[in-house]
Design a protein around this ligand. Structure first.
Ligand code: NI
Length: 492
């Protein structure tokens, strides 16, 4: 704990002297209705929270200036610790992911305080050569067990997130500049939700996330009548907390943090898991992994459509520039339950680089994919399948396995959809990993045929992780057939 946080905890003793008043007010008697704009999350004056302090950090590392601040509330230490982690990670992802990044400043406001719930809304101001933008994320803290919930945990589950998503898309359909296909039902996109003073659900997006930067901040207000049935029990408490103001809000005592985390993943954090009933290790199973490299491309959406039609899953090994050009497609691939893997920033032969150069090719893609989807990739594919001991060491350090392939459609060479489809289908065997590139028109044209024919042959098209099960960072995999000495050593 930092000195400032320690000081804040010490001050908490003073705050505890008004505990009785806070308890009775917190139970509702002294609460007054919240006020504020109908299209904004409620805001709480921090002066109504005795003992509240601010902590933070400043850093100039790597040429990007970083300023972080977050609130420290007596008896709510896990919240401050979690906010510090989140702010540091988000700032680092910006610095690593965005070309021309210059500075990032994360500030906070309290959105709710009452009924054993505290909400903190973080505002992330980013400056860089590609323009300035502000992002938002809101976290909901349970004072009794010390859990800091993502905004999607206000909802009962993935199905409720999908229902909310449909309402939000409909609400924003006619809003100038909004690209509704960029809005996907994932936790990273729905990461700033709260309530207006009437208890309606407010969903806000980052600038530039679902509309051009100059469209400003986009938000949707979902009326309580529609949103209330979608809330989790915690979400109902959060709503109660948001619509009232507690004078002299205080947390009576530190949380009782359960030993084992009893919380399932937040809705929208593992979209593939919903359909994750495939067992590729079962006798007689016929699993095959379709993989698409170098994208996303202009027509990757058509690939996603074809896969969806047959409920097929695939893996997209994405490259730095294309992710920056088509972030909405990466979000959609993730939301559809496909796997995202790292295929470097600039597609070099990694075996020709030193450890520092290899890291510099992999880290920015990890950062940008996490920034867009919230997902931290654990698979990578070396361009040209070119790998060596240094690549193995670095990828082991980074926690990513190397994924090669067992079937090469050579679609980069023969731009002929029929040939590509024939090679993919004839090469398919249980456990195969099939290499394709979704940046070529002929490949995009071949995908509906491939998926249909593999389906007819009884194959289940799965993600690479579904095919391989647990993978070992650094190790190289050609297919799902385990090697005698426990996976390859990167001869590629
Ligand atoms: Ni490639």
């Amino acid at each position: 704990m930092s000195a400032a946080a320690a000081a804040a905890v010490a001050l908490g003793v003073a705050a505890c002297t008004i505990t009785d008043a806070a308890q009775s007010s917190d139970s509702g008697d002294d609460r007054t209705p919240a006020s504020g704009p109908a299209d904004e999350l409620t805001a709480v004056d921090p002066d109504t929270i005795p003992g509240l302090e601010e902590d933070g950090a400043e850093d100039e590392g790597g040429g990007v200036s970083v300023t972080l601040s977050y609130p420290v509330i007596p008896n709510a230490d896990p919240l401050a610790e979690r906010l510090a982690q989140i702010a540091e990670r988000d700032a680092a992802d910006f610095a690593g992911a965005v070309p021309g990044a210059e500075g990032v400043s994360i500030d906070w406001q309290i959105s709710a305080a009452g009924d054993g719930v505290i909400a903190v809304r973080l505002t992330q101001e980013e400056t860089g050569s590609e323009g300035d933008r502000t992002g938002y994320s809101t976290y909901w803290y349970d004072t009794s067990d010390g859990h800091t919930a993502a905004s999607t945990e206000l909802l009962a589950g993935d199905a409720e997130l999908a229902d909310l998503h449909a309402l939000v898309r409909a609400a924003l359909e006619d809003t100038d500049g909004v690209d509704t296909s960029a809005i996907q039902p994932i936790a990273r996109v729905y990461d700033s939700m709260g309530f207006n003073p009437d208890g309606d659900l407010v969903v806000e997006f980052d600038e530039g996330q679902v509309a051009p930067l100059d469209a400003g901040r986009i938000r949707a207000v979902v009326p309580g009548a529609d949103a209330d049935p979608l809330l989790s029990e915690f979400g109902e408490r959060a709503q109660e907390a948001a619509v009232g103001v507690t004078p002299e809000f205080a947390v009576d005592e530190p949380p009782t943090v359960p030993k084992d985390d009893p919380y399932p993943p937040a809705p929208g954090t593992s979209p593939g898991a919903a359909g994750d009933d495939v067992d590729c290790t079962a006798a007689g199973s016929k699993c095959v992994a379709l993989t698409f490299d170098d994208g996303p491309g202009e027509r990757t959406g058509e690939v996603l459509d074809a896969l969806a039609e047959h409920d097929a899953k695939a893996t997209f090994f994405v490259t730095g520039g294309p992710v920056g050009q088509h972030p909405g497609l990466v979000r959609r691939a993730f939301a559809d339950g496909h796997e995202i893997g790292n295929h470097t920033v600039g597609h070099p032969d990694l075996a020709g680089l030193g450890a520092g150069g290899i890291r510099a090719e992999l880290d920015p893609v990890t950062d940008v994919v996490r920034r867009e989807t919230g997902y931290t990739m654990d698979l990578m594919r070396p361009p040209y399948g070119s790998t060596n001991g240094t690549v193995e060491e670095v990828t082991r350090d980074l926690g990513t396995a190397q994924i090669l392939w067992s079937v090469d459609t050579r679609d980069w060479k023969d731009r002929d959809a029929d040939k590509v489809a024939d090679r993919a289908v004839s090469g398919a065997a249980p456990g195969a990993i099939i290499l394709m590139h979704d940046i070529h028109d002929s490949t995009v044209d071949a995908v509906p045929d491939i998926v249909e024919r593999l389906d007819e042959k009884g194959y289940t098209m799965v993600t690479t992780s579904q095919l391989l099960g647990d993978t070992e960072p650094g190790n190289a995999y050609l297919d799902a057939v385990p090697e005698a000495d426990g996976a390859g050593d990167g001869e590629g």
